[in-house]
Ligand binder design. Sequence first.
Ligand SMILES: [Zn+2]
Length: 496
Amino acid sequence: MNEIAKLLLDVEAVLCTLYEAIYRDYSGIAPASGSGALNGTIGDRLLSRETHEMLQDAASSTADPIEARSLANVRAFLIKEALEQSSAAERSDVARASCLRRLEGPESEMLSLREAQALLPTIEPRALRDQLDRRIAAHVGAIARPLQRGFERLVETSNRLRLDDYSNLLPSLLGFDLPPLVDAARALLDSTEDAYRDVSAWYLERVCGVAPREARFHDWLYLLRAPWLRREYQPFDLVPKGQSCLREMSIDWPKAIHLDLEERPNKVARAFCVPLSVPDSIALSIFPRGGFEDYAAFYHELGHALHFSHVSPNLPIGVRALGDDALFEGYAMLFEGLVAEPLWVRRFLGYRVSADDERFFALRRLFQLRRSCGKLIYEVELYREGLRADRADRYREILGRALGIEVHREFFLLDVDPHLYCSAYIRAWALEDALRRFLCERWDEQWWRDPATGAFLRSLFARGQTFDAEELAAELGAELSLARVGEGLVERLGPS
Ligand SMILES: [Zn+2]
C-alpha cells in the first residue's frame, strides 16, 4: 500500500472518531472532551507540512479529476482540523461551561446555557423571555475569555504552520472567490431591506406584541416557531409523514439512518444529523415536540441524512464524506423547504396554508438569509482586523442592521461558526433555489409526488461531493444567484 492510500485510511478513521465524539456531545451522552481525534502520533503525522506537500503533489500529478478533488478536500479538511485542534482546550472549556446549570430559569429552576437557549423561544410571557435572554447574555459575557483565547490560538496556529495568514488562507480552504460573495451579501441586504422591515414589523406586532424598534432576538426566536401553527404540525406525525413523503418520491427509508428520538439532559434541542460513517451509518436525532420549527429542522436534517446514506461506497473518502459544504446544505434546504410548500402541507398535513402563513414562510427564510449575510460581512472583518477593542460593537452594529433589531454584543465570538460556515449557507440557498426551479420545470410544482424525482435525487446523492454547488447549478443550466433568491423572497412577501 502506498503512502497516500495509508494516509487516506487514517483520515477515514479520524473522521469516524471525530463524528462519534460530535454525536456523543450533541446527543447529551458525553460533553466534548476536547481531546480531539487528531491527538498523538496520527495527528502529528496528518497535520505535518510533509503530509500537506504530499497531498498537494499527488493532487497535481493525478490525471483522475475525482481523485484530485478528493485529495484537495482531504488537505482542506486536515488544515481546518489543525486549526480546530489548536483551540480544542478553549472550546472544551466553553462546551463544559455551556452544560453547567448556572442560569436561573423562569420557574427559579437552574439551567445550563444549552438548556436555557432551548427553552428561550418557547416562553410565552414576553417579560419572562426577556429576563432569561438577559441572563443568557450575561452568562455568555462571562465565558468571553476562553472564546477570545480560542480565537487567538486559531490565528496564531495559521501563522505558525506558515500556511498563510488566516484571512488569506480561508478562500483556498473554501474553494471559491470570497469578495464577490461579500458584495452579493451587501447587495441582498440593501435590496430586501424595505420589504423585510415592513413585513417583519407586522408579524412582530401581531405575534409578539412588540413594536419593531423594541424587538429583540428572542422575539424572533419566538416568532420563528410560528406558535399559531402548533396544531397543524403535530409531533407524533413527524417521522411517519416523512417516511410516506419519501415513499411517494420512490425513496426507501435507508437502513443506514439510525433515528435517535430519546430525550436526554443537555441533548441539543434541534434535530441534527451526524455522518458517523458514510454511507453505512448516519445518525439522525430529534426529540419531536411538534410545531413548524421542529418540522423544518427535521426535514433539513433528513436531507443531509438522505444525501450521506446514498453516496456510492466506492468513492474515495475525500469526496464521499468531505467537500463543498454548500452542496449538502443545498440538499438539506430543498427538503426543509417542503414543509413550507402549500401543496405539500395540504397533502401531508391536511392543512390549507393561508396567505399570511405563506408570507411568514418567506419572511422566515429572508430572516435566516439576512442573518447569514450579516454574519459573513462581520466575520470577514473579524478575521481581517482581529480582536480590536470595538469588535463586540461592530457585531451589534452589523447584525443589528441586518436583522433590524437590537442584538447582544456579548455574542460577538460565540455566534461565529468555524471557517466562515455562514458562506456555505448563503451559497446553499442559491443552490436550493436553482435546484427547486429545475425540479418544478422538469416535473411540476408537486415534483415531490413524482417517483422520477426520487431517482434523479438518488443519482445526485450517489455522486457524493465529486462536484461543488456552482458545478451542480451549471449542470442544471443555471448559476448561483443570491440576487434571484432575494427577488423571489421579496415577491413572496407581497406589496408593502
Ligand atoms: Zn445543515
